[in-house]
Write a protein that binds this ligand. Sequence first.
Ligand code: NAP
Length: 294
Amino acid sequence: MAHYGFIGSGLMGLPMATNLLKAGHQLTVWNRSKEKCAPLLEAGATFVDTPLEVVIAAEVTFSMLADPQAALAVCFSPSGVIQAVAPGKAYVEMSTIDPETSSKIGISIQARGALFLEAPVSGSVPQAEAGELVIMCAGDHELYVALEEALNILGKKHLYLGEVGAAASMKLGVNQLMGSMMASFCEVLTLLEEAGLDAQDFLDIIGAGALAAPMFTAKGKKILARDRTPQFPLKHQQKDLRLALQLGDVHRVPMPVAAAANELFKRAYQYGLEDDDVSALFVSLHPAGRKPIM
Ligand code: NAP
């Protein structure tokens, strides 16, 4: 039995931490809003008051946080992770963040003699619950090897991609594709509904051919049911497109498709959809979802 720490009990962090507990590991947790840790505490986890105390308690601390700002705050605040990392400790950053932020965190952890792995994931809440995430890893290889069992608890597949920054960049590529696909998917569904066609027929047709994809099945079902309950919050998809576009700037790669998708997701904020599921983009495109201006 290992003693793990888990920081961040949001939509993804909660089921991931739950799976570590269920596998019999000791767990110390912290979340900015303590109440979200309640199910973990009922299942036997210990809550501490700061990220620093998580690292003191645990051998390996995982974090699953909203964005680069959250990841930096948890690491570098006066009661942050960096204050407690030392030889014998390890930190695993699983949030979707940009490679620059991940490197800043990784370098600071490693400079204090601890091990660091960035390990963003592909898959949403159902896959987190089922322990079927795909985990992209980069950083200290000895930590990647040592975490084999934990990675198998959290995911169905994990890969080692090299130096810190590689996994963060790969994850942004995955979500650049997802954001572009979601934007196009919502646009097509709107067009077909407006043209008087049955959206379910469209889902059946693409589901039976080369365009079949679990994402279209899952998100199509939510859109048709007008179910905006968040699994992957729209604001995180927009954040990922923004970070992917920043990476495009760094490498001077033109990304007009991702840029167009990003604009659509930004506009969805104007409809108050940011905390809804990513598939709620449909609402901002569909005439019925648009609020009258006058
Ligand atoms: P979420 O439900 O919005 O949870 C975000 C977490 O970050 C919460 O624990 C939140 O704390 C914490 N947080 C936000 N700002 C903070 C700050 N300034 N200081 C400390 N903690 C802060 O998001 P999620 O869906 O679990 O996603 C977490 C990460 O995984 C994101 O990077 C996301 O892009 C990525 N991801 C999500 C999915 C998905 O399908 N949901 C899939 C793959 C990857 P509070 O509870 O106090 O707000």
